[in-house]
Design a protein around this ligand. Structure first.
Ligand code: XIL
Length: 315
């Protein structure tokens, strides 16, 4: 049969998956599916701050390098994820009592070291991840708290200096449709670009739940970003449901996946559709959303689900 990556190629986009590095190294059928079905990959965890800089100024890119090598061997592009976030930070950073100047220097060093390490190997970088609250205000995390809102522009400038060819993204969730959060992000990106800040892409995560209808204005929302001259992508698609699921849940899941993909296909500079893991065997959902699961497009035994077929039909 055909594969998602073959269909995506004809559609002119990449189809990607987040990759669990332990499964990739330890389980042949997992690695086989990544290679066969996808044309881009995102490290699920191994490029995050706590993994790559476990002690201040000490870097460990071992697992990330392995994924980059895998991608190269299989003709895949890599989405770097991520450089700045409020989660998965090392404890030396979160518990250290740094002055604003020190923290700014730490961020500058981190972004420069990580982007420089992978220079030429990363297609798109998620530079800033989940910076907004749902009401459109900036998240009150240590970055905003100590550095003020200018940290966003700084992060993009530093990343661009370290690898001028990587496409630099801002990435967030609950920004699929037009709402307060996506509008605040739109205003920020517009303002930054007017100032010449190198923000070049908007990543729409796409973590959906069958309990809430998938927004049907995804393409409208993406069109306004498109008009700013930035790339867009669906970067972390999954559609969770309360277990046990029934046929209605499964149908709603298929539809939600299709709605996300169609948003991308209808947007001129949408470059890729990435799922946040492809198998129900390895998913962040059950660990975070109590009682929910079955969010992915293959089951625990790597059999394609109806959502897989639905995506293939739309590509
Ligand atoms: C998740 C991973 O899937 C988990 O393995 C990890 O424990 C926590 O982070 N938004 C993001 C991703 O941008 O980095 C998150 O990934 C899921 C939500």
């Amino acid at each position: 049969g055909t594969t998602l990556r073959a269909l995506a190629r004809k559609a002119g986009i990449r189809v990607g998956t987040a990759v669990n590095s332990d499964a990739l190294a330890g389980e042949a059928p997992y690695a086989q599916k990544v290679a066969d079905e996808f044309s881009s990959v995102t490290p699920e965890n191994v490029m995050k701050w706590d993994t790559v800089e476990p002690a201040r100024g000490t870097y460990d890119f071992t697992q990330a390098d392995q994924l980059v090598a895998f991608a190269k061997a299989h003709g895949q592009l890599v989405r770097g994820h991520n450089l700045l976030w409020h989660n998965q930070l090392p404890s030396w950073l979160t518990s250290g009592d740094f002055s604003a100047a020190e923290l700014r220097d730490i961020l500058h060093q981190h972004i420069t070291a990580e982007v420089a390490h992978f220079k030429g190997e990363i297609w798109q970088w998620d530079v800033v991840n989940e910076a907004f609250n749902d009401d459109g205000t900036l998240r009150d995390d240590l970055w905003l708290d100590k550095l003020g809102p200018g940290y966003v522009a700084d992060a993009f400038r530093w990343a661009h200096a370290a690898d001028p060819k990587a496409v630099l993204f801002i990435n967030d969730y609950n920004i699929e449709g037009v709402n307060a959060k996506s509008t605040a992000l739109y205003d920020l990106v517009k303002g930054l670009r007017a100032e010449g800040v190198p923000v070049q892409g908007v990543g729409i995560q796409g973590h959906l739940d069958v309990k809430y209808p998938a927004p049907h204005d995804i393409a409208d929302n993406m069109a306004r970003f498109d008009a700013l001259g930035v790339q867009t992508a669906i970067t972390e698609a999954d559609v969770r449901m309360t277990l046990p699921a029934d046929a209605t849940d499964v149908e709603a899941q298929d539809e939600a996946y299709q709605t996300l993909l169609q948003g991308c296909l209808l947007t001129r500079h949408c470059t890729d559709f990435t799922v946040w893991g492809f198998t129900d065997k390895y998913s962040w959902v059950p660990g975070v959303f109590t009682g929910e699961g079955q969010a992915n497009i293959f089951d625990e035994n790597y059999r394609p689900k109806s959502a897989y077929t639905a995506l293939g039909q739309d590509l």
